[in-house]
Each structure stands twice: as structure tokens, then as C-alpha cells.
Design a protein around this ligand. Structure first.
Ligand SMILES: [Zn+2]
Ligand SMILES: [Zn+2]
Length: 303
């Protein structure tokens, strides 16, 4: 494992503090990235299936009509109280999420590994109550590990619906929350962060929401969990060309990955995270705990 001091770039004043998801391209780009990463990878088959899940998410979000946002007064209340407007733990979820799940299961059914086919069948025959129960627990951060194999698909459908909702918000009144480690749209934890290329946002670091794919600016060289700027270090696996690193914090013993567009413009905060699991193992073994989930892997640690 290699470590190096952090290169600090102060954020430019005109940079957007929050980037809402671009729903027309986001999941399609992720599907392409998974397909690319699957080539010659020891987990190629799995990454390739995740690519097909992302492709299905793209097809579903493309066909999904606009969803009902909270009333203007509720959005204003959230803004005044510094709360996320689409708080995932409490928002009345549009019934469309179950439609998204059904679509996902149908699209993947004939194109999934054997074990996944049985899981998709179970999901297609589950009652609305059961599906809502799985979604509620997952969104409250207490996923039902007795149904672990179903959770990545439940999460993928929820991602579609929350990404669609976030994409419908007006970015102007949105503000970062006091707790900058949670998503300013839906209150979920980040999956990883991305150091971006591009005018006005060049070299800035954005945390990427694990659920709604919104991004928010957080200064580099700061722990995204406890805010310290003193005990943070970057690690990478030898030969990884620096596109994905793990940022560890010795103050709170947490870590999260950072992906760098400068090293690879097509890097994706979700796909590249899952293609670099050996890096998680290294920092896990060194005693750091991951601070945000990758929802496409949720349930995998239940044994
Ligand atoms: Zn979010
Ligand atoms: Zn920390």
C-alpha cells in the first residue's frame, strides 16, 4: 500500500456547491463503465451483470414519467430547517418505485446468473407490503439481512426513483447541510467522492450520493466523516495508476474512496468503487471502517 501527503487546492468561489444528477446519461454512462471495467477483471462476470443492472436503470428512468415532488411549502420548511428536501428515511415514497423494481426484475430475468434468477423470481411474486418493508428498512439504514440477496435489486429500483426526484429539483434554493457527510437532497451517505475535471469545477472534490446520485462539494484534504484536516491520508494499490484511492482518517478511523477524472475521465464513483474491492480489504485490515455504502453491494457481507 502506498501513502502520500494530500495535495490541497482551495475551491474556486464560483463553483457550484451542489450538482444534481443528469438523469438522461448517468446510468447509461455507468453501464458503459461497468462493461469496460469487467474486461480482464477477476470479478468480470459480476461487474458485467452490474453493468446490465445499470443499463436497465437507464431504460427505466428514461421511460418514467415525472414524479410528484413534495409541496412547495414542505420544500421551503426543509430549507429553513436545514433538512434534506427528499429525506429518504421519511419521504412518502412514490408507488412508482415498485413499478421500477418490477421492470428491473423483468428486464434482467433472462440475462442474469442462475442464483440471481431465483432472487428476481422471488421479487416478482412478493407482495407490495413485503417490498415496502424491505425498502423502508434499507432507507432507514437497517437493511433486513434475512433478505440480503434481494437488497441490491431493491436498492437499484430506489436509486432510479430518488435519482429521478433529485433531477426534478430546482438547484438554486438547495444548500449544503451542516453535516456535510450526508446528501443535501436525500440525506443518504455518500458512496465515494470524485475529483472533477471541467471549467469552474476543475480539481474540486464532490461527494457522490449512494442513493440519488446528487453530488456536493467538500474541500479536499478534509475527512468527510469528522471534518478534521489533520489526520487524513491517501492510499492506493500498487499499479492502480492513481485513478482510485482510499482516503483514511486517523481521528475517526473511517475511510471512503476518491476517484480522479484527471487520471481517467470516465471514472465512475459507483462502478470504480466496486472494481477495486482489494483496496477496501487493505484499509479494512489496517483498521479503518468504511463511512458510506455502495448500495449495489448491500447485503453482501451478511454471510
Ligand atoms: Zn442523495
Ligand atoms: Zn475522520
Amino acid at each position: 500500500m502506498q501513502s502520500q501527503p494530500i495535495d490541497f487546492h482551495p475551491p474556486a468561489e464560483e463553483a457550484a456547491p451542489i450538482l444534481l444528477p443528469v438523469t438522461t446519461t448517468l446510468f447509461a454512462d455507468r453501464a458503459d463503465r461497468f462493461a469496460h471495467l469487467a474486461d480482464n477483471h477477476s470479478l468480470g462476470e459480476w461487474l458485467s451483470f452490474l453493468g446490465r443492472i445499470s443499463r436497465a436503470q437507464h431504460e427505466i428512468i428514461k421511460a418514467l414519467p415525472a414524479l410528484p415532488l413534495p409541496e412547495a411549502a414542505a420544500l421551503e420548511q426543509a430549507r429553513i430547517h436545514g433538512m434534506p428536501p427528499l429525506n429518504a428515511a421519511s419521504l412518502r415514497r412514490p408507488a412508482a418505485w415498485r413499478f421500477a423494481l418490477q421492470q428491473l426484475a423483468q428486464r434482467l430475468q433472462n440475462d442474469a446468473p442462475d442464483a440471481a434468477q431465483a432472487v428476481l423470481k422471488t421479487l416478482l411474486s412478493a407482495s407490495d407490503e413485503e417490498l415496502d418493508r424491505l425498502a423502508d428498512m434499507l432507507l432507514k439504514g437497517e437493511p433486513d439481512m434475512a433478505s440480503a440477496a434481494q437488497l441490491p435489486f431493491v436498492a437499484a429500483a430506489l436509486q432510479v426513483v430518488f435519482t429521478r426526484l433529485a433531477g426534478q429539483l430546482d438547484a438554486r434554493p438547495l444548500q449544503k447541510l451542516d453535516s456535510h457527510g450526508v446528501c443535501p437532497c436525500c440525506g443518504s451517505l455518500p458512496v465515494s467522492s470524485v475529483v472533477r475535471l471541467g471549467a469552474a469545477i476543475n480539481n474540486l472534490r464532490y461527494l457522490h450520493c449512494s442513493l440519488c446520485n446528487t453530488e456536493w462539494n467538500v474541500s479536499r484534504a478534509t475527512c468527510t466523516t469528522c471534518d478534521t484536516d489533520k489526520e487524513v491520508a491517501l492510499h492506493e494499490i500498487e499499479g492502480s495508476k492513481g485513478a482510485v484511492r482510499a482516503e483514511t482518517c486517523d481521528a475517526c478511523k473511517s475511510y471512503l474512496k476518491i476517484v480522479y477524472q484527471e487520471k481517467d475521465p470516465k471514472v465512475d464513483p459507483v462502478a470504480d468503487d466496486l472494481a477495486t474491492l482489494p483496496l477496501d480489504m487493505l484499509v479494512d485490515e489496517a483498521g479503518y471502517e468504511r463511512s458510506g455504502p455502495n448500495l449495489l453491494l448491500i447485503g453482501a457481507h451478511s454471510g
